[in-house]
Design a protein around this ligand. Structure first.
Ligand SMILES: *[C@@H]1O[C@H](CO)[C@@H](O)[C@H](O)[C@H]1NC(C)=O
Ligand SMILES: *[C@@H]1O[C@H](CO)[C@@H](O)[C@H](O)[C@H]1NC(C)=O
Ligand SMILES: *[C@@H]1O[C@H](CO)[C@@H](O)[C@H](O)[C@H]1NC(C)=O
Ligand SMILES: *[C@@H]1O[C@H](CO)[C@@H](O)[C@H](O)[C@H]1NC(C)=O
Ligand SMILES: *[C@@H]1O[C@H](CO)[C@@H](O)[C@H](O)[C@H]1NC(C)=O
Ligand SMILES: *[C@@H]1O[C@H](CO)[C@@H](O)[C@H](O)[C@H]1NC(C)=O
Length: 436
């Protein structure tokens, strides 16, 4: 199971190839930028929104906590709910129309015929999610950085976020994609807003021998659980940080290095899970405590993304996986064996502890809601980075990707949940800061 993971996370190079292709075609449009600069100036000069507009916007956001539908404590648990088939409002964007779509996640392009996975809306039990408004998000990100940090699941969520907002920037020359720090950092920029939505590759959050964003298929994984600064210095000043790390830790023990990869004096030890995970998350939380400006930066941690590798877990045929699944699981509270509650508990404990030291991290608990979506993985409908041998092709189950998620799809909902929290907590904070 764990040995399959590198297969599914290797997409880096080729995914960037795709993004780069779009990037180059963007260059051709640079000339148009000049003309648009004029529109941009004109736009800047627009009057502030009227009271009525502001009220409508506030109501839209207020629905998260609407009095009539709120839960017992007045707070609605956005993560508890059900999937509703809604082919009127979903998908929120079209796969083909997203300029920065990744071939790893473009299931329709790679031959998937049943597209119902694009049409499900997440309906919390006690309230409604606010409608995703890309313009409003970009406005709130003006002169700011939002950075996703983590593994390829987090990269998928970042691609989803870019696809969700880029339609609000219709002019190609006003949106760019660029590569930094040896390609570890990819930056989407909406120039008109001077807003960036970035992705930083750090699959284990702390430093490891898998940190090369392209060549990270290392059979023997080694983690420096006490070292994070080589990564963190590239994002600690961000305004919004969205972390994840889980799948790369899913093995019985990890090889841990004290010392550096270059030094001959390094000490190597095998550390059992989830202890090694806890050590790494403590390093991460200590970094945040010391280096993050808590009155500026909003912090999120995305809980584990479930996998669907064993159909018997949801009452399917033994030996099958997510391949050819077309319907979500309807059994309430379904939970797969791949989602380790002990590791989730570690995350919760580390984050509670950090909160007691004055740093708040919001957990986006997307595990349960994603558990239901066994049909929403790319399966065989994605780019294969190496041509498959005939014997593999003859057995699609053997190469079905049941880890990542098709786009448009489940990660769009993770971003709707992120959006709801941004507008409920962060935007009001920004506004009160302006008033001071
Ligand atoms: C939406 O789904 C319903 C029920 O499956 C179907 O009758 C209808 O034609 C669909 N509408 C669109 C716009 O695809
Ligand atoms: C989206 O947000 C913008 C900026 O706040 C606002 O002008 C616009 O009316 C909103 N659109 C919708 C459909 O609510
Ligand atoms: C653009 O945004 C960055 C943060 O991402 C900020 O440091 C910079 O000052 C902004 N530029 C302008 C001209 O406001
Ligand atoms: C960039 O990556 C290459 C190859 O992986 C490596 O040799 C080089 O040291 C890296 N450069 C920096 C600045 O990290
Ligand atoms: C922290 O952020 C706030 C809000 O942006 C800013 O006013 C303050 O100067 C920052 N503090 C430090 C130490 O940078
Ligand atoms: C996330 O939700 C699941 C059930 O949906 C729950 O068992 C778990 O404790 C929650 N985790 C956190 C960290 O809130």
């Amino acid at each position: 199971m764990a040995s399959k993971l590198p297969l599914t996370v290797q997409g880096g190079a080729a995914a960037w190839g795709t993004i780069r292709g779009s990037f180059h075609s963007l260059m051709a449009l640079l000339i148009a930028a000049l003309m648009l600069a004029i529109i941009y100036l004109a736009r800047d000069a627009e009057p502030p929104p009227s009271e009525e507009e502001a009220r409508v916007a506030a109501e839209e956001v207020g629905r998260v906590n609407s009095v009539g539908r709120a839960g017992r404590k007045g707070e609605c648990d956005l993560f508890s709910g059900r999937w509703v088939y809604d082919n009127v409002s979903y998908p929120l964007y079209k796969e083909k129309e997203c300029k920065f779509m990744s071939d790893q996640l473009a299931c329709e392009k790679y031959g998937r015929k049943d597209l119902s996975y694009q049409h499900w809306r997440w309906q919390p039990h006690d309230c409604d999610l606010p409608r995703f408004n890309a313009t409003a998000l970009l406005e709130s990100l003006r002169n700011k950085r939002m950075v996703f940090v983590g593994d390829s699941l987090n990269r998928g969520q970042w691609v989803s976020m870019v696809c969700l907002v880029e339609s609000a920037v219709p002019t190609d020359s006003l949106k760019t994609m660029s590569f930094h720090h040896n390609n570890s950092l990819i930056v989407f920029k909406a120039k008109e807003y001077n807003a960036t939505i970035e992705y930083y590759w750090a699959p284990l959050l702390v430093e490891s021998n898998s940190d090369d964003p392209v060549n990270h298929r290392v059979p023997d994984r080694i983690v420096r659980v006490q070292a994070i600064e080589e990564h963190a210095r590239h994002w600690s000043d961000a305004d919004i940080l969205v972390f994840d790390t889980y799948l790369w830790w899913r093995r019985s023990k990890m090889r841990v290095l004290w010392g550096s990869f270059e030094s001959p004096d390094g000490i190597y030890r095998d550390v059992k899970m989830p202890r090694a995970y806890e050590m790494a998350l403590n390093t991460w939380s200590q970094w945040l405590e010391i280096h993050v400006n808590r009155s500026k930066t909003e912090l999120f941690f995305v809980s584990m993304s479930p996998t669907h590798e064993r159909a018997e877990e949801w009452g399917g045929v033994a030996g099958q996986n997510c391949y050819q699944e077309t319907q979500p699981i309807t059994r309430e509270d379904y939970w797969g064996a791949g989602s380790d509650l002990a590791m989730m508990k570690v995350v919760e404990t580390v984050i509670d502890d950090l909160r007691s030291r004055g740093v708040a991290v919001q957990i986006l608990n997307i595990t349960q809601l994603s558990e239901y979506r066994k049909e929403a993985h790319p399966s065989i409908h994605r780019k294969q980075w190496e041509p498959l041998k005939e014997e593999k092709l003859a057995n699609p189950l053997s190469y079905a990707d049941c880890y990542h998620w098709c786009l448009p799809g489940v990660p769009d909902v993770w971003n709707e949940l992120l959006y709801a929290h941004i507008f409920k907590n962060w935007v009001p904070k920004l506004e009160s800061r302006v008033e001071e």
